[in-house]
Every structure is written in C-alpha cells, then in structure tokens.
Design a protein around this ligand. Structure first.
Ligand code: SF4
Length: 352
C-alpha cells in the first residue's frame, strides 16, 4: 500500500479521490467505488501498489491495438478492482472482487482486514522489476490492462516514468473514465490507448456499467488532442447496443474527431450477469463495419470472431492489403516508413 498522489483532503478526515471521473468523496475507513483506494485516517492510500493480479506477455494485437508496433509483444499487467460494474465483464472475478468485500463486510475493521487480504492476491511486482524484465527481454511496451488502469494510477505512474527513461512505451487499455487530473499527470508518459466506447447512450452506461457517458467522450477527444495514439473498441451485445442508429452515432462521433481512428467492433460472449444473452452473430459485426465505412472511417476491424477479411488493414486510397492478420498473428506487411508500399499514402499509426 502506498499513499496516493491524486486526491484532496476535505473536512472531518474525508478525502476526495481525483483519479477518475467518479470523484468519490471517501469517509475514513472506506474505499471509493473501485474498492482499492482507501481513506486511512484522512489520507488516501492505493492498496494495490506493486501488486499485479494478472501478468502476461501478450501480442499487442490482443489489446486490441492494430496500428501501434504491430507484431510485437507487450508486457501486460492488471490488479484487482474496477471503477465500473459492467454486467458483461469478462474479468469480473478480478475487477469486482474488492467491491464485493466493500458491500458484504459491514464491520469497518474487518473490512480493512479483508481488503488487505484481497490485495495480497497476486504477485509482488514493483515498477523496477517490470521495467528490468522488459529491458532484458527487449519488450518494447507495457500495457496497463485487464481492469481499469487509472484506479491504480500511482503504480502506473512510477512504472511508466521509469519505462520511458529506458525507451519503453506505455499503453492503457481503458474504459475512458480518467479524470482531467489523471490525464494531465500521465500524458507525457502515455504513448497509446485503446478506449472502450461501450454505447452512445447515457441510460446504457448508467444501467449496465454504473457510470456515465460524457466523461468517456471527453477522454476520447482529449487523448486525440494530446496526440496519444488512439484506437476505440465497441463490444456489440445483441439487442443492447447494436442498433443501426447507435452504431451510426458512434461511428460519426469518431469520424468527427478523425477518420483515421481505428474502430474495433468486437463480439460479445455470454458472461457474468449477462450469461443468458446470445453471442454476437458475425452479421452484426459486418453490419457495424459497413456503418463505419459509410461514416467515413478508414480502418474498421471485427474482433473475437473468425473473419480474416475484416481483420486486415487496407490502404484507404488504393485498397492494397497493408497488414494481413490471422487472429493475432501478422501474415503480411506492406507498410514502408509509415506509407503504403504501392501508392505511398501515409497510414495513420506508430509503426517503428
Ligand atoms: S479511482 Fe475513481 S472509483 Fe476509485 S476511488 Fe478514485 S474516484 Fe472513486
């Protein structure tokens, strides 16, 4: 556990956490919504500092990032806890664990004890060890992923700063709920981000994710303005967020910022509180693909399904195949110095 940097002290030993757009006001002995930021005697502590609950070496395509160092491995870490409560979460056993303790255990002392035990889950992985491993094994980037990264902000910040000193890049896989204070602090060290835009309707975010839409739209605009490489993902859930109208709204919003933002439309599989829903049919993903094209987006990708044609990158001008993909493997590459090898069109992304 380490004292947090993103918070303000309030009256009566209360604190206001400024890491995410919930801006929780937290009483002594309690955590915020995410369950991992604890008010102890009027100071805010990050319970999961240096405690990685999930650690993997992934292909960067799995994040998904298709226009950022394609074909490389990315060191990926996550902790317990999350600031959202999505009914369809695929990592709910980790993301919702601390919240369950917060809700179920009533006695404040017992609560702190249980939270302490919970965050002991996982391995000790201080920032220095992560960076040392990446340097030794020539891993070019680190992803803060699996749960919402901004809730373990101080752990990320120290790792990301150290990583940059060694020429290693930093990536967020995020629900887009970063506060403006978090953006200000992290942006010099953040190289790429994939933001989930789960819906274009406030009522979906409130009911299904226990959050709000507006901060996410703000984060998408902010990441683009800050020149952090940005890709966006929408998980299509049948009859929940897959109408033509909603998909068109998302695609037009992205195209209004930049037609070069890659948009991943991925398949839902029954999970957590939505395990009675059917999986997303391929037709819906391809319909979203066409809607994205009509809105003017240059790069759209279907995901979590077998659909090689719609998972490859094509030149928006001459239509040459630029990057062929077979799931997470690169089968062909025709981008030279960031340009199409056939017609010389500049292709948006970070290629070296
Ligand atoms: S990170 Fe967000 S959810 Fe967690 S305590 Fe801070 S404001 Fe609340």
């Amino acid at each position: 556990m380490k004292q947090a940097t993103l918070y303000e002290k309030l009256k009566d030993n209360r604190v206001k956490c400024t890491a995410c757009a919930h801006y929780c006001q937290i009483m002594p002995g309690r955590t915020g919504i995410c369950g991992v930021r604890l008010n102890k005697d009027g100071a805010l502590y990050l319970l999961v500092y240096g405690k990685a609950a999930a650690v993997n070496l992934d292909p960067i395509e799995k994040k998904p990032l298709f226009h950022f160092l394609p074909g490389t491995a990315i060191f990926s870490i996550g902790t317990v806890g999350c600031n959202f409560g999505c009914d369809f979460c695929q990592n709910w056993d980790l993301s919702q664990a601390s919240k369950m303790v917060q809700q179920k255990v009533k006695d404040p002392k017992e609560k702190i004890l249980q939270l302490g035990k919970l965050v002991e889950y996982g391995q000790d992985l201080p920032p220095e060890k992560i960076v040392e491993y990446c340097e030794k094994n020539s891993i070019p980037s680190i992803a803060y992923t699996y749960n919402e990264p901004v809730i373990f902000f101080e752990y990320i910040y120290d790792t990301a700063k150290l990583a940059h000193k060694k020429g290693i890049k930093n990536v967020f896989v995020s629900n887009g709920y970063e506060s403006k204070e978090a953006w200000q602090a992290i942006h010099p060290y953040l190289d790429a981000i994939n933001i989930d835009l789960k819906s274009f309707y406030e009522k979906f975010y409130q009911k299904t994710c226990k959050a709000h839409l507006e901060p996410i739209l703000e984060s998408i605009k902010r990441a683009y303005e800050m020149k952090i490489w940005l890709e966006v993902t929408t998980l299509l859930i049948p009859k929940e967020n897959d109408s033509d109208e909603e998909l068109r709204s998302i695609a037009e919003f992205l195209a209004g910022i930049s037609k070069g933002i890659p948009w991943h439309v991925t398949a839902f599989h029954p999970e957590y509180k939505m395990n009675n829903k059917p999986a997303t049919p391929l037709d819906s993903l391809q319909r979203a693909y066409q809607i994205g094209k009509t809105a003017g987006l240059k790069y759209i990708y279907t995901g979590n399904v077998f659909d090689l044609e719609h998972q490859s990158t094509y030149c928006p001008k001459c239509q040459q195949l630029l990057i062929g993909r077979d799931w997470h493997a690169i089968t062909e590459s025709n981008i030279v110095n960031g340009k199409c090898s056939q017609c010389g069109t500049k292709i948006e992304g970070v290629w070296d």
